[in-house]
Ligand binder design. Structure first.
Ligand SMILES: Cc1cc2nc3c(=O)[nH]c(=O)nc-3n(C[C@H](O)[C@H](O)[C@H](O)COP(=O)(O)O)c2cc1C
Length: 191
């Protein structure tokens, strides 16, 4: 990849959701995680509220997250519908990851609407995702299945909301083609 235009097209188009079962056992160096977070911080942000907040789980933190998510699944399931395989799978998702980043939005209701803060945070996540892709790291954004109890687990303030988890790990899948319908179907031109 020689020029910037080609590189950016390639990174954007080859970014995929890569899930924990495909992750291999390999640590992500701290400096790469730092770069991923640093690039998140360059997302556009209306009125410079910079609403993205992150909690990074690595090492023993992944066990704590896995235990929490598995127990949250148990707490939100009746004994009749509880599945041990689902419980174990929920826990394994964290343990298979090299790092997981909780994605949190800090709202500033008096300044701008919530959707703009969520949009800015999604831009930050895309920056992280593209940086991960450029470094050969697979990742995916998981929407939270539990919400209110996450508040205590992540120590969120009243004006903060968790909007998901960003799971990351190296993988050996190579490039996977995207499934998308043509852009022409989604654009109206006014000339
Ligand atoms: C805000 C957001 C939330 C998502 N939540 C989930 C999720 O909870 N579970 C999941 O399997 N994928 C989730 N995804 C990933 C999408 O399924 C994925 O982006 C889509 O299938 C397209 O695949 P690609 O990312 O490889 O292009 C989420 C994506 C976004 C943008």
């Amino acid at each position: 990849m020689t020029n910037t235009k080609e590189s950016i097209n390639h990174i954007i188009r080859s970014r995929r959701s890569i899930f924990p079962p495909s992750y291999i056992e390999k640590e992500i160096p701290r400096e790469i995680i730092d770069t991923i977070l640093e690039n998140a911080n360059f997302a556009p942000t209306h009125k410079l509220t910079e609403p993205w907040r992150f909690t990074v789980f690595t090492g023993g933190g992944l066990e704590k997250l896995g235990d929490y998510m598995a127990e949250a699944y148990r707490a939100n399931t009746t004994p009749e519908t509880f599945s041990q395989a689902k419980y174990d799978g929920t826990r394994a998702k964290s343990l298979k990851s090299a790092a997981v980043i909780a994605i949190v939005v800090e709202l500033h209701e008096e300044k701008i609407p919530e959707w703009e803060e969520v949009a800015a945070t999604a831009c930050a996540v895309q920056n992280m995702w593209l940086t991960a892709t450029a470094n050969g790291i697979g990742a995916y954004w998981s929407s939270p299945s539990v919400t209110e109890s996450l508040r205590a687990f992540l120590g969120l303030k009243e004006n903060q909301k968790c909007v998901g988890f960003f799971y990351m790990g190296y993988h050996n899948l190579g490039e996977i083609p995207a499934r998308r319908t043509p852009i022409e179907d989604k654009v109206t031109w006014v000339n």
